[in-house]
Design a protein around this ligand. Sequence first.
Ligand SMILES: [Zn+2]
Length: 328
Amino acid sequence: MGFAEIIGHQRPLEILRLALGNGRLHHAYLFVGPEGSGKRTVALALAKAIHCRETENDFCDRCPDCARIQARNHPDVRLVQTLEDKKEISIKQVRELEKELNFRSFSGKRKIAIIDPATLLNASSQNALLKTLEEPPQNSLIVLIAPNAGALLPTLRSRCLRVSFGPLARDEVARYLMSKEGMNQDDASLRAALSMGSLGAAIKFDKDELLEKRRSWAALLLSLSAGDYRGAIAAAEAIASDKEECLGFLEWAETWYRDLLIYAATENSDEMVNVDMLTEIESQSAKGNFEQMLASFAQTARAAGRIQRNLNRRMVIERFLFGVVGGR
Ligand SMILES: [Zn+2]
């Protein structure tokens, strides 16, 4: 394995390989892009390319250095995450990291820290990290990984070179699933569509369970849009019993309304996520009112934000479902 075998992300890889080749790597990068798209894989690949003893400006993935980076026990490469049972990356972790970066490197090559996700640095840890970035230890490299840069202090962001990652293309995900995970084409295509550009999600989800859930959620939204308030109350109670379930449902509902809107506007199914429910989408999209679909689409993200902020789940889901019933 080397850079050439990483799927997608042509632009970010070009930027990094060019800097690597010229010996002009920055001391801090901010990798921004959707969850599961491969930011951490690229950060680790960069670390391997710096330390690999078999290749120059690329990595072999076999030598002891590559292997230790992959196993997260290379003495010069540190992955900083939240500690078990903790919700944030603490200031103590950042201070330890700074100390470590100031030690002389074991290999004589760069000391590297990858912070993932950097959005879990609280305000005081961000300030502590800012000090490190203002006076970067010699021969160090820090990579911050974040789904979006919004949660980071502007002063912190401005100290890093930002590299943007897009979602992976659907056919890239499908090809990977077939060649590396041994899936057949139908399975790979459906997973690729449902994963929305996240290879992590495409590999991880239990497809049968997800398919069953999606079908029951679609049946729910279809029956609600026929005017079933009582059904909405019962469904809200069931979904609201679990936070992950709420977020999963809303994330899926967003793809559902997005599909309805795409179909209503283009009558084309190429870009759809719910490719296995085309019949339902066709008929619903024909019945539906465009503005109402747009409103429900917008509501999914708002409701998900409220759930994330720990507002009363049942109330949030009920309000969302009432919107679906009322908007028929
Ligand atoms: Zn190597």
